[in-house]
Design a protein around this ligand. Structure first.
Ligand code: GRF
Length: 193
């Protein structure tokens, strides 16, 4: 079998998208492997999930770096390079990146966002889509560039907004689609490298 692309998943919390990627990578024909799960928060639930799945789970705690986000990112970058990581998948990584990491991984860092970008970048996407009377919501996988939730779109999945939906109900249905979309889009992306 040809070498699979080494992917690191960066998380800050629950890690359900990370878990979906780890599961997808268990398929024999998956073109990527999840070689590392890295969190900026020591209490991220996803770290336990990754370790239980037999994936290296590493915390590069942001606390000791204080406000120096670039120094924190340099520590992350060193951990990624030591392990021969080729692609980063951000999955609920809740810290705005500096140009250092964005530039260092240009064209090789993906993110998933729970809206149909360019609509609703940022937080509270589902509540905002419902309040605006949208007929549909969804999720987007895109390449990471300097602007938050900007960058070329690699894939999207659409989810109808039903009468009576609140942000929780909608969020649950979008999340199911996120898990499928991220694995499929990442596979297509790494096949094209
Ligand atoms: C997801 O909704 C993702 O789109 C957004 O943050 C959330 C992370 O959830 N970027 P999880 O940690 O993957 O469960």
């Amino acid at each position: 079998m040809t070498q699979r692309t080494k992917v690191a998943v960066l998380i800050s919390g629950r890690g359900s998208n990370m878990e979906a990627l780890v599961r997808a990578a268990q398929a024999a024909d998956c073109p990527f492997e999840i070689a590392l799960v890295l969190s900026n928060k020591p209490d991220a639930k996803g770290l336990e999930i990754a370790a239980q799945a037999g994936v290296e789970a590493l915390c590069v705690d942001q606390k000791p770096f204080g406000k120096d986000r670039e120094a924190h990112e340099r520590a992350i970058d060193a951990a990624l390079r030591e392990r021969g990581i080729e692609v980063i998948a951000l999955a609920g990584y809740m810290r705005i990146l500096t140009p250092f990491l964005v530039d260092a991984w240009e064209g090789r860092m993906l993110n998933i966002h729970p809206s149909l970008l360019p609509k609703y970048p940022g937080l509270d996407t589902h509540a905002r889509a419902i309040a605006a009377g949208e007929a549909e919501a969804g999720c987007t996988v895109h390449l990471v560039t300097a602007g938050v939730d900007e960058g070329p779109i690699l894939g999207q999945a659409r989810v109808p907004i039903r009468p009576g939906d609140d942000d929780h109900a909608l969020g649950v249905r979008v999340l199911e689609q996120e898990h499928k979309l991220y694995a499929a889009t990442l596979a297509t992306f790494v096949r094209g490298l």
